[in-house]
Design a protein around this ligand. Structure first.
Ligand code: PMP
Length: 399
């Protein structure tokens, strides 16, 4: 008898299933639109030139030492400036508690654990739909979740009315998870005015904003513009939390490089809060990985490299924006009677195409084009070489 005979097999991650189906397919022109990682116009993964340069600069440095529990201090300082602004009041006043995290996932997990300990009874409000791991993260930390409306299938845009209505029923002290930009999976972000309405309502209702910022710079190509929602909330005097990830915008996916921060009311509070963040991190993983943090510090800490990074992240964002325009143009040129305007109105890595699960299945079976059954297209998988075929296939299965 085995100790593990009663362990059931966990359900498969839906994304992994897509990759498997894609790999098993033998058509040479197959297309993988499931991957949540950037690809160039030859469908190849990318290492940024600026990252290569930073690597050459840190080569041979005191590489293998442990970082402190909270990570590399210079990395945290540069990260919060990127998120909140070089001249942010909260930074100047010492009101930002921050620790280096295991990328965006790790930041969210630290926030969930922090809520469980220090925001007792608070629910986490999660948009519908969202990155599916959000549900797992807060569930595993034992925090109750509530769902707010976000996406309106009829317009393939934001359900601002539903969102405000749902959040107005939250209890004071609840936490609202907001995607800072490039909402995953819908690609639908609130406008500047809509963010202002959300901020005003949340202030009035005493709700705590937690921004998951997995795509800063990757959405519009401009790191400041992509942080605009956070800046609006700061201007309104919110204390807030932030999860930053360098997976997409610096292409550091596997390096697990991120930052978790909470804005406090005073420098004294920062000391306590930061000490508790570390107390949570210590038994989970002792200290975060070194390599990615050194790279980011090198890049953000050097004016010339930072400028180069801005240009490279804009290059990635622009390629995706160009593919959106091409895909829409092709569908319209084919005479599709359906509206495809949302392809170019949505932003970031993903396009919520609006096609049905059955149409997704047909794309896989008849055209060897693979995506999640919710109709989410990873725009990173679209290239000048496959966009024509993708448009034709989409046209065929939707008419
Ligand atoms: N949040 C959102 C909204 C995401 O899309 C992702 C990446 N898929 C993450 C967090 C976490 O990414 P990572 O842990 O690789 O930084």
């Amino acid at each position: 008898h085995s100790w593990f005979a009663d362990v059931p097999t966990a359900p498969k991650d839906p994304i992994l299933g897509i990759t498997e189906a894609y790999l098993a397919n033998t058509r040479p022109d197959k297309i993988n639109l499931g991957v949540g990682a950037y690809r160039d116009d030859d469908s190849k993964p990318v290492v940024l030139n600026v990252v290569r340069e930073a690597e050459s600069r840190i080569a041979g440095a005191n590489f293998m030492e442990y970082l402190p529990i909270g990570g590399l201090k210079a990395f945290n300082d540069l990260s919060v400036k990127l998120a909140f602004g070089e001249d942010a009041e909260c930074i100047k006043e010492g009101r930002v508690a921050a620790v280096q995290s295991l990328s965006g996932t790790g930041s969210c997990r630290l926030m969930a654990e922090f809520m469980a300990r220090y925001m007792p009874g608070a629910k986490i409000w999660i948009p519908k739909p969202t990155w599916s791991n959000h549900h797992n993260i807060w569930k595993d930390a034992g925090v109750k979740e509530a769902i707010y409306k976000y996406y309106k299938p009829e317009t393939r845009g934001l359900d601002q009315e539903g969102l405000l209505e749902d959040l107005s029923t939250a209890q004071p002290g609840d936490v609202v998870l907001l995607h800072a930009c490039a909402h995953n999976p819908t690609g639908v972000d609130p406008t500047v005015e809509q963010w202002q309405e959300i901020s005003t309502l949340m202030k009035e209702k005493k709700l705590f904003p937690f921004f998951d910022m997995a795509y800063q710079g990757f959405a519009s190509g401009d790191c400041t513009r992509d942080a605009q929602a956070i800046r609006t909330f700061l201007k309104d005097g919110h204390q807030l939390g932030c999860s930053q990830s360098y997976a997409k915008n610096m292409g550091l996916y596997g390096q697990r490089t991120g930052c978790f921060s909470l804005i406090t009311a005073s420098a004294q509070e920062t000391t306590s809060v930061e000490s508790q963040m570390k107390a949570i991190a210590r038994p989970m993983y002792s200290n975060p990985p070194l390599h990615g943090a050194l790279l980011v510090k090198e890049i953000l800490g050097d004016a010339a490299l930072k400028q180069q990074w801005y240009e490279e992240v804009k290059g990635m964002a622009d390629r995706i924006i160009t593919m959106r325009a091409l895909l829409r143009k092709n569908l319209e040129a084919l005479g599709s009677p359906l509206p495809w305007k949302h392809i170019t109105e949505q932003i970031g890595m993903f396009c919520f195409s609006g096609i049905s699960p059955e149409q997704v299945d047909r794309l896989a079976q008849e055209h060897a084009i693979f995506m999640t059954r919710n109709g989410r297209i990873s725009m990173a998988g679209v290239t000048t070489k496959n966009v024509d075929r993708l448009a034709e296939a989409l046209h065929q299965v939707t008419t």
